[in-house]
Design a protein around this ligand. Sequence first.
Ligand SMILES: O=C([O-])C(=O)C[C@H](O)[C@@H](O)C(=O)[O-]
Ligand SMILES: [Mg+2]
Length: 442
Amino acid sequence: MNIPKITQMDVYPVAGYDSMLLNLSGAHGPFFTRNIVVLTTDEGQIGVSEVPGGQKITDTLEKAKDIVVGAHLGSYKAVLQQVRQHFSYLDAGGRGNQTFDLRIMIHALTAIETAFLDLIGKHFHVPVAALLGDGQQREHVGVLGYLFWVGDTSKTDLPYLQNDDNSDEWGRLRRKPVMDADALVKLAQAAYQKYGFKTFKLKGGVFDGETEVAAMKALHEAFPQAKLDLDPNGGWYLKDALHYADELQGVLHYIEDPCGAEDGFSGREILAEFQKLTHMPVATNMVDTDWRQMSHALALNAISIPLADPHFWTMEGAVRVAQLCDEFDLNWGIHSNNHFDISLAMIANTAAAAPGKVFDVDTHWIWQDGQYLTNNPYQIKNGELTVPATNEGLGVDLNLEAVQKAHQLYVDNHLGARDDAAAMQYLIPDWHFDPKKPALVR
Ligand SMILES: O=C([O-])C(=O)C[C@H](O)[C@@H](O)C(=O)[O-]
Ligand SMILES: [Mg+2]
């Protein structure tokens, strides 16, 4: 029997268009960037993956080719071990304190793992979900409507996309400013019309806390049945977070990183105090991002909903977190960043393999919907993604021409890793990141 062997590994840094989404780290620029990996076997089959952008991840993937090319599918775990050993020094600084994770090795590792899993799934004619953890647990995966405050792009001379999809209200509104509760409710209504979400999350840490509390109350009034989450990325001090939590009792279903490290205490210690004092379930993608952090978070009872992003836990690692949550009576969810449709397939397959109480998972996809790198992107319908058990691999068919175009966009615009301060400086001159100050509070 022939076991397919990797004969080629291609790495494509790519870019797509984004809205001027605001967050604690600043404002999203007109482009978001990703790294796409394509593995080819001696049988001519391909396996794909997508992880965050940036030259450091691209370079690491390029260097890893020596380990990957020549390996056969059955040895993928040995390949992953070697990649981890060779490059783990790159992640010594941890995730950093931006809203997004700055690690390098773990993202490169995920890119290699996922492309292998795509190939193995195709080889055995099963979805990637069937290969993870204890196998596929569900076909339908709930996803949330990820809402942002959106800046006014006319205050910049940056090439933000406008009028790319005026076929419906969501397509129109997602490129326009959203700077008050009325506009936010309209945005949520448009997202609901198109995608049928049952949960909404607002990216907070932009306006002062009282303004964001009022916005959540307006969303609750407009969608009394919806589950709501507010995520200021640890930008509030504990004493303020306790006050906002009081105001948000009965409004929020859960809260995400309401506070973080302060006064010599770690983010885990502060969140443990918050959870104990409020009894409000706390989600996080900031304080339990590896097993060492997770062990402290659990010992402290700091969190109820680990958001295990498969891009920084690996797909297998994210499902391992779900298994732990299931055994320990915690809820589980996924965190995301702006992404193309390969990542959407990664999210869907990971959540389809997660046992237990899975919260509607994050995805930024609605801001990118229409910019496809595959011929058959997953669709969000009735607030769900579907992973049929008949899928093979990730369940997507790569459109190489679209990847090459997205790569050209990256090259032509001299892009690299994400830097939200640059666009924010158009709104507030000399703006600098402060992990303890909402972005527009300066
Ligand atoms: O849940 C989260 O913290 C995120 O989604 C982090 C992202 O970096 C978000 O803040 C963004 O895209 O601006
Ligand atoms: Mg978060």
